[in-house]
Design a protein around this ligand. Structure first.
Ligand SMILES: [Fe+2]
Length: 682
């Protein structure tokens, strides 16, 4: 072991198992023997700064072979000819044998290798990581962002492609990091024995069973800390995911499924009508995330921790919500504040990454089913939707007593309740402060699901097709969320003349590219940023779900799917959202996108450049001093693992670019198709 420079690692003021200055080097084993079986979840790194990065592994007892501590080595070469730094990391059952180690005193914008060696001389696989550029650096920043992966029902071919392509790039163009926007795990689990035909056409692998778990309908939900840990352990044995974590630092936030399928604060809500107060489960979900994600996050009040300090809570119904939609029930407050993941990370002068927690502080949905339009699946009627979303803040604080719907005046159920929020008021204030303080050229908001409104003009449906769309309700809302949060944030951006604002999102299982605006016509359409949403790594898209579940003779099928003579299906749902219903009907009639686009309604989606409800893959961002680009890498449905070294075929590659705009100017996006033919997505 050639320890040419003993640069030891120190702690920051955050909870990691630390090196001590003395002692560890003498205990280094003479020779390290790689034993991946003893480190079954591999290695990972995360949240790099210009001189630090968190290193992670898990070393459980395996067949009676246990370890009591780990040596960490950091080197500038994968062969570890020269060990730059090292330290000791403790492991124990308390954190499920996971270990976090903060490597410090590193050089900016550098590639490093690291490994963990146990007290028997058995080593983990070698991990690679990258520090961020220094704070005054102009160097371009490259990263991908991803979401929504489920190895229990699909393959992670997207990561294989990402690795293959990155290895082929010149060193100075390789990715700095991967941002994971959540649904890293899917806590809701279908077991093969309950679902002999798979889950909506997907083959179930039965990678794990919950030690405790709860069966609801034909699926199972986690209940305990061990149940949540079981998910992470199983997922991280996927070779493609594990290789990705060993190649790049990850920057992670959670979406919904790290805790609950649906829900808010500490309330667990799932399909099958299941809903229950779940303060204990929220704490367990937070703890398991903390244990398995290499993230620079902390438990409020506990700056130095080797283990997650789970607060004692009692599952208690939340009965009252304050004017911001927060339940002040004490167990709820303890549970949702047991881990704080909102944070800001910087990559030189070009990029600040702002990360928010979009689930722990969200308000309960107080809307009712009175305004549903069941004849038109998967959309909401715009005006009732907006009135209920804004609650008592609608119309400048003067919500109507009743809402006109299908010729009747129905009492407004949300006249006196909070607006729906996902950030909660304190986090929203924090976010705005961070945004104002950011001096990076590109202020990139890592967002669970993005802010973009998607809709269609069902009010223009002709004849029988449109006969049941209610009068005077406006557009059909396909996706729009948390309008008051959006208003406050976009007004702030405008008032403070913030430029270089970019939202990157996941969760929707669909690619979106476009301009970010608080509202669309006939309201004031005023783009103040750019927004990109990635398709899922592997989880089912809406197009796939509808292909499997929507009746062939459903009268509104054309708005979503167009069947072709050869048995294939066009995802007309993209066209409906991008160009409006007349374009979709023209496409059905002619089979020709050119003719379909010629009759588009320009008001439906002036902000959208691309939408793909059927694509999987990832987005690669490149930020330079002048330009931000987003390359959409779309792959076919990853039903089975590709045996190709490049992860399998590509569907299309489309890049969107924007030049840095000046305050008061409108951002513009230019689109270039690099490979493939995404004709039904643009
Ligand atoms: Fe998801």
């Amino acid at each position: 072991m050639n320890l040419t420079r003993r640069k030891f690692l120190q702690s920051l003021s955050i909870g990691f198992v630390l090196a001590t200055k003395k002692g560890w080097a003498n205990k280094l084993p003479a020779k390290a023997i790689e034993r991946r079986d003893l480190f079954p979840q591999g290695v990972a790194s995360g949240d790099p700064t210009a001189d630090t990065v968190i290193l992670w592994t898990r070393r459980p007892p395996v067949n009676g072979n246990s370890a009591s501590k780990l040596i960490v080595e950091v080197s500038t070469s994968p062969e570890f000819k020269k060990v730059l730094a090292g330290g000791t990391a403790h492991i124990s059952a308390d954190s499920d044998w996971t270990s976090r180690f903060l490597a410090t005193d590193l050089k900016p914008n550098r590639e490093y290798w690291y490994r963990f060696i146990d007290d028997h001389g058995f080593a983990s696989r070698v991990g690679r990581t990258m520090t961020a550029p220094g704070k005054d650096s102009d160097t371009p920043v490259r990263f991908t962002f991803v979401c929504c992966q489920c190895p229990n029902e699909a393959a992670m071919n997207a990561y294989r492609k990402m690795i293959f392509e990155d290895e082929a790039r010149p060193k100075d163009q390789q990715l700095n990091f991967v941002m994971h926007l959540g649904d890293f795990i899917y806590e809701v689990t279908w077991y093969a024995e309950d679902n002999p035909n798979g889950n909506r056409g997907r083959r179930i692998r039965n990678l794990y069973k919950f030690p405790q778990g709860r069966k609801v309908s034909n699926f199972h939900l986690p209940v305990s800390l061990e149940d949540y840990r079981t998910l992470y352990r199983a997922y991280l044995q996927d070779p493609d995911l594990q290789d990705a974590r060993a190649r790049w630092p990850f920057v992670c936030i959670w979406d919904n499924h790290e805790f609950a399928w649906a829900g808010y604060q500490s309330q667990y809500v799932a399909g099958g009508g299941y809903s229950a107060p779940a303060q204990n489960q929220k704490v367990s979900a937070n703890q398991a995330w903390w244990e398995f994600m290499p993230a620079m996050v902390q438990q409020p009040g506990n700056p130095k921790l080797e283990h997650f300090d789970a607060p004692a809570v009692v599952d208690t119904p939340m009965e009252k919500f304050n004017e911001d939609g927060l339940s002040e029930e004490p167990n709820n407050l303890k549970a949702i504040n047991s881990l704080k993941i909102q944070r800001v990370l910087r990559w030189g002068k070009n990029v600040d990454i702002l990360l928010t927690d979009n689930w722990s502080f969200r308000s309960p949905d107080m809307s009712t089913d009175d305004f549903n339009v069941p004849e038109y699946p998967r959309v909401d009627a715009q005006i009732p939707f907006e009135i209920m979303n804004y609650g008592r803040h609608y119309n400048g604080g003067k919500p109507p007593e009743t809402i006109r719907f299908n010729g009747k005046d129905i009492p407004n159920p949300t006249k006196n309740v909070h607006a729906q929020t996902y950030l909660g008021a304190p986090q929203r204030d924090w976010f705005l402060e961070q945004l104002e303080a950011s001096t990076a050229r590109w202020k990139i908001w890592g967002h669970g699901f993005g802010t973009m409104e998607v809709r269609s003009d069902y009010q223009n449906l002709p004849g029988e097709l449109g006969a049941k769309w209610p009068k005077d309700v406006g557009y059909a809302v396909i996706d729009n969320r948390f309008l008051r949060d959006k208003d406050i944030i976009f007004d702030f951006i405008k008032d403070h003349k913030i430029t270089g604002f970019c939202v990157v999102g996941g969760d929707r299982h669909a690619f979106h590219a476009g301009l970010a605006s608080k509202a669309l016509p006939p309201k004031k359409y005023e783009p103040l940023g750019v927004e990109f949403i990635t398709g899922s790594i592997s989880q089912q898209t809406l197009f796939e779900v509808l292909e499997v579940t929507m009746a062939k003779n459903h009268p509104k099928r054309v708005l979503h799917l167009i069947d072709q003579a050869d048995g294939t299906v066009i995802p007309s749902m993209n066209v409906t959202a991008l160009h409006g219903v007349l374009s979709t009907l023209k496409l059905k009639e002619t089979g020709d996108m050119k003719q379909a686009r010629a009759v588009r309604n320009h008001d439906v989606a002036p902000h959208l450049s691309l939408i793909d409800y059927g694509g999987h893959g990832y987005v690669m961002m490149t930020a330079t001093a002048e330009q931000l680009s987003a390359e959409f890498v779309c792959i076919p449905r990853p039903l089975e693992r590709s045996d190709r070294p490049d992860g399998g075929p590509l569907t299309y590659r489309v890049v969107h670019r924007t030049n840095l705009w000046k305050a008061g100017d409108t951002p513009k996006l230019e689109q270039e198709i690099l490979e493939g033919n995404p004709q039904y997505c643009i």
